[in-house]
Design a protein around this ligand. Structure first.
Ligand SMILES: [Zn+2]
Length: 183
């Protein structure tokens, strides 16, 4: 199997910038308050930062729910926080196979897509534990919203071509994990 390695420091800076733009774009699209993502921070993790059980061979990324066990007093529901696990080797491999290497554009697409998922989970009643059929419906909806948000913002044709050739990579699983510590 072809190996594409992990994100470098430069890649991570690109991803951080893409996340900031994705935050602004989703905030505008859903008419959220300006401090939406400050008040509801989410974590971004790469493969090296997560347990092997969260490694996916066939996804660019997926959303996880982080449950903070440490600070939740007995009997009270711990505060839930969302996280995005980026499968960086899969992302880099897709870029190697595509006609041009553009982590900024693909990163923006992936992060916008995942933030739309998080907003749908949090504010629109999308079910984190939905059955496969419901999940497929939600996935198509999230993809359409992402496409709408990014139309006119970036090279959508390139992304849609990549999406078609990597269809399964954008159909991620949602995972619920318990984190001990200040996540
Ligand atoms: Zn998705």
């Amino acid at each position: 199997m072809m190996q594409a390695g992990f994100f470098t420091g430069t890649d991570l800076r690109t991803i951080t910038k893409a996340a900031l733009l994705a935050e602004r774009l989703t905030q505008r699209h859903f008419d959220l308050s300006e401090d939406e993502w400050k008040r509801n921070p989410y974590g971004v993790f790469t493969r090296r930062e997560v347990d092997e059980s969260l490694h996916e061979a066939e996804a660019f990324a997926h959303v996880v729910v982080l449950k903070n066990m440490t600070h939740s007093p007995a009997g009270r529901k711990g505060r839930e926080k969302y996280g995005i696990v980026l499968q960086d080797p899969n992302i880099l491999l897709a870029l190697l196979r595509s006609s041009f290497h553009d982590l900024w554009t693909l990163g923006l697409f992936i992060l916008t897509h995942e933030l739309v998922h998080i907003i749908r989970f949090r504010k629109y009643g999308a079910d984190f534990f939905a059955c496969v059929q419901e999940r497929d419906k939600e996935e198509n909806l999230v993809h359409d919203i992402t496409r709408e948000i990014l139309s006119g913002v970036t090279n959508t044709d390139y992304l849609l071509k990549l999406y078609d050739s990597q269809l399964t990579l954008l159909r991620e699983k949602s995972t619920y994990i318990g984190l001990h510590g200040g996540a």
